[in-house]
Structures are given as C-alpha cells and as structure tokens.
Design a protein around this ligand. Structure first.
Ligand code: AHM
Ligand code: MG
Length: 343
C-alpha cells in the first residue's frame, strides 16, 4: 500500500529538509487548512444549509456580497485570531485590516485572503475557492514591537513566505507553496485530513489553451486583442496551431486547470473602468496565484512587469493579470512592450 502523507507530516518534513516552515508558520498553515475544511462543509451544504444567495451588502470595492463570502470570511478570522501566530489579517471582504485582539498573543505573520473567490459561481454549483497569502510583519527596530499597521501589508509579492488556495470542486484540494515548488493535497472526507496527492507540480511551457472573458473583447487594449485574435486564427494564422478556450469565471478553477495541464489566463485592463488597472486584486489574488504559477515553472505579469515585483501602494489595489505557461505569458508581455515602444 502506498504511504499516505498528511499535510502535517509534509509540513514537518519540509521544515526538516529545507528549513522553510518554522513552527509558527506551520501552525498558521494548518489553521488555514482547517478553516478551508469548515468552508468546504458549508459550500457542500448549499441550499440545505441556507448558505446560497446574496447577503444584501456590499464590500469595499462596491461588489454585492454573497452569504458564503461573509461566512467564509468569518470562518477564517475565527480560526486564525487566537493561535498567537498572527499580527493581523486583511481580506477582500473587509475595508480595513483586522488586528489580532489584545486578549490574544500577537505573532509575526500577516495573513491575506480572498475568502471565497469566484462568488458568481456559488449559486450555480460551479467550483469556487479560498486564496491566501502570508507575509512577515516588518520589524524595523528589533528592540521594539511596533503596533501593526496597514502599511506593513504593502510588500511586493516576492516577499511572500507562503501562498496557496483551496478549491471546492468535485474534490476539495489544497494547493500550497512555501517557496520550494507546489504541492497539492486532496481532502479525505472520511478521515477529515488533507493528503498529499501531487508534489513538484509543473506547468508546461507551451500550451494550446487560453482563458479570458471574451465578452470584453471590444474593451481590450490592442496587444491583448492581437494575442487573442492570433489564437482564434489557429492553424490558418501566424501561430500555426489551433487553440481551445476555457473561462470558468472562477480564478481558482482556471488556475487549477493551468497548474494541472497548462494554459494561459488573462484578466487585462479594459476600457470599462479605464482608471482601474484591472479587475483582480493584487494582494489577495494576483500575488498568491502569481507565486504558485512561478513556483510551478510558469510566469505571471501585468502585461509589462512581473507581478511579484510590483510594490503595492494600497491594500485593495487592483492589477492586470497574465499568468500560466511561460512562453505564452512572455508572448503577451512582449506584445505590450512592443506596443509601448511604438507609442
Ligand atoms: P470575486 O473575488 O469577487 O469572486 O471576483 C474575482 C473573479 C475571479 O475568480 C474570476 O476570474 C473573475 O472574477 C471573473 O470575472 P468576470 O465575471 O468578469 O468574468
Ligand atoms: Mg476573488
């Protein structure tokens, strides 16, 4: 019988072999995984648990919140606030940061999450997920413990110490990186444990699959139109091969497919909201997904620059996203840079 490696064992062995997961970070990751199990239970209940539908409220970005957005946010806060591993949390669903209350000890980590990504899919029984990113609280003066502030979160994605997502689909799968490749853990519902099911995930450098919301085509910038048009011409055009298209409208599900078999995912800037750099959020979506994709041998840019190099200026900052198979991401990025040079 093949040996089953639980998430706990994997984390302990990673620490032993590579020194990447100090015990507080392990606690943090185990607690996030536990919270994801609780969210998975709620997601699975669906209409029976009265968790579907709108909560009739809006988040800081003016988006209508679903009941499950709020439930998942509360589950993550409840699970994480008391462990002593965190200084504060930030969420796509909360206006400001959540500082660990005084009654609990404060740790050195900062946790960011999109509690339920792909919310438009909740009520139609399509895969959704939780995305998370972990940073260390900067400490300029080691003799003093300064109170945590929003600006402590404004670190580039390359500073992340852990990132991942949990997809609630036909299987519940936790996907994780601590900077030493990407591993996947499938939830064994009978045992209630995440079991290692894939290590060293690799994204093929080439692909014949792209993911973008085509209904926005008329609003895109010229380089994105050029890339997608070339894909659509397939064998009859400059690419010389046919492409397939997928769009789940759930970033976790689209990224999970790309980690599993390759592809390129794009949510570019468009003219519908010209003053916003894109729809997706840098801290809760692009940074963790960008790091996972890079750790699996892919690439992630905003069309011009590596996502992980972007220095954030705001917690809820948005960004244009191109990620996935390396050669395709490089092509889309080159098209943008060429167009810029001609301007
Ligand atoms: P959410 O975090 O509010 O769910 O929004 C993010 C989602 C992504 O998961 C997905 O890629 C995108 O929004 C889909 O947007 P659209 O409905 O414009 O296709
Ligand atoms: Mg989201």
């Amino acid at each position: 019988m093949t040996q089953r490696i639980s998430l706990t064992r994997y984390l302990i062995e990673q620490q032993r072999q590579h020194g990447l997961i100090p015990s507080e970070l392990r606690l943090l990751l185990e607690i996030v995984a536990r919270a994801c199990k609780r969210i998975a239970i709620q997601v699975n209940k669906g209409a029976l648990g009265e968790v579907l539908g709108s909560a009739e409220s809006e988040n800081v970005q003016g988006e209508v919140q679903k009941k499950l957005d709020i439930i998942a946010n509360e589950v993550l806060i409840d699970a994480n606030e008391w462990g002593g591993h965190l200084a504060a949390m930030a969420s796509e669903e909360m206006d400001t940061i959540y500082v660990v209350p005084n009654r609990y000890p404060q740790g050195e980590y900062l946790l960011m999450f999109d509690p339920l990504d792909g919310s438009s899919n909740i009520d139609v029984n399509v895969s959704i997920g939780t995305i998370f990113s972990v940073l260390k609280k900067p400490n300029d003066d080691p003799k003093m413990v300064e109170p945590v502030r929003e600006k402590d979160f404004l670190q580039a994605g390359k500073q992340q110490v852990a990132a991942g997502y949990c997809i609630y689909g036909p299987q519940t799968t936790l996907v994780l990186t601590v900077g030493h490749g990407v591993s996947m853990f499938t939830l064994d519902r009978e045992q209630g444990t995440f079991v290692l099911t894939q290590e060293n995930v690799r994204i093929p450098e080439d692909t014949k699959e792209f993911a973008i919301n085509m209904s926005n085509m008329r609003h895109w910038d010229a380089p994105v139109k050029r890339y997608v048009e070339e894909c659509l011409y397939g064998k009859d055009g400059v690419r010389g091969k046919d492409f397939n298209m997928r769009w789940i409208a759930s970033m976790v599900a689209d990224v999970h497919r790309i980690l599993s078999r390759g592809g390129v995912f794009m949510y570019p800037w468009d003219q519908r909201e010209p003053n916003k750099p894109g729809k997706l959020r840098l801290m809760y979506e692009a940074n963790p997904m960008g790091w996972l994709v890079e750790q699996a041998g892919g690439a992630a840019t905003n069309g011009r620059q590596r996502i992980l190099d972007i220095a954030p200026t705001e917690l809820h900052q948005r960004v244009s996203v191109v990620l996935g198979s390396k050669n395709e991401v490089e092509r889309v990025t080159a098209y943008h840079l060429e167009a810029d040079a001609q301007r």
